[in-house]
Design a protein around this ligand. Structure first.
Ligand SMILES: [Zn+2]
Length: 179
């Protein structure tokens, strides 16, 4: 991977994990009001999120590698493990892997409410900038007034779609420069 998406995914996961570990300890409600559970639902969401990400990676590795190396002890090393165990996979499988890593990187950022990761992406439909993350939709909404779907509504994109477009575009650039 040329542009360090796996490093960024690991960094974001590390930040998320730290956030999850520190939050219950430093939460102001814990000492002053011990009867109130500090932000438990949020933290459980993060635990579920991390678990789901690791499960997705393990499933994808097993699909292409019958005898993968042992799982890393630290969850943040899972991306290195992912790359190490898919090196001999075919081109399309590697593209899928890169898409998964990139999407998880976006997911980790969104989970920490860092919505700035959306901005660099173009709308897959109208190709303009100006996507805005909408928490309630869990989608990036296109703010171009002329960019409407068949129901006349603004187009809104999942992180999976943005990740797919990002990696596909990168592959196209690589192919063009190789010929
Ligand atoms: Zn658009």
């Amino acid at each position: 991977m040329g542009i360090g998406d796996d490093d960024t995914a690991a960094t974001n996961l590390r930040l998320l994990e730290t956030h999850f570990r520190q939050h219950p300890v430093t939460g102001p409600t814990e000492r002053s009001a011990p009867t109130v559970k500090p932000s438990v639902p949020v933290d459980l969401d993060v635990v579920d999120h991390i678990r789901a990400c690791v499960t997705e990676i393990v499933t994808d590795v097993r699909a292409v590698n019958a005898s993968p190396g042992p799982m890393p002890e630290r969850v943040t090393d899972v991306y290195t493990w992912y790359l190490d165990n898919t090196r001999t996979a075919g081109r399309f499988q590697q593209q899928r892997r890169d898409t998964i890593i990139y999407r998880q990187r976006l997911e980790h950022a969104i989970a920490m409410r860092d919505f700035t990761v959306i901005r660099p992406h173009r709308c897959p439909q109208c190709r303009t900038m100006g996507l805005m993350w909408r928490v309630e939709l869990k989608r990036a909404l296109c703010t171009n007034m002329r960019c409407l779907n068949e129901d006349g509504m603004s187009n809104a994109w999942t992180l999976a779609r943005l990740a797919y477009e990002h990696i596909a575009e990168r592959e196209n650039i690589r192919q063009v420069s190789a010929t």
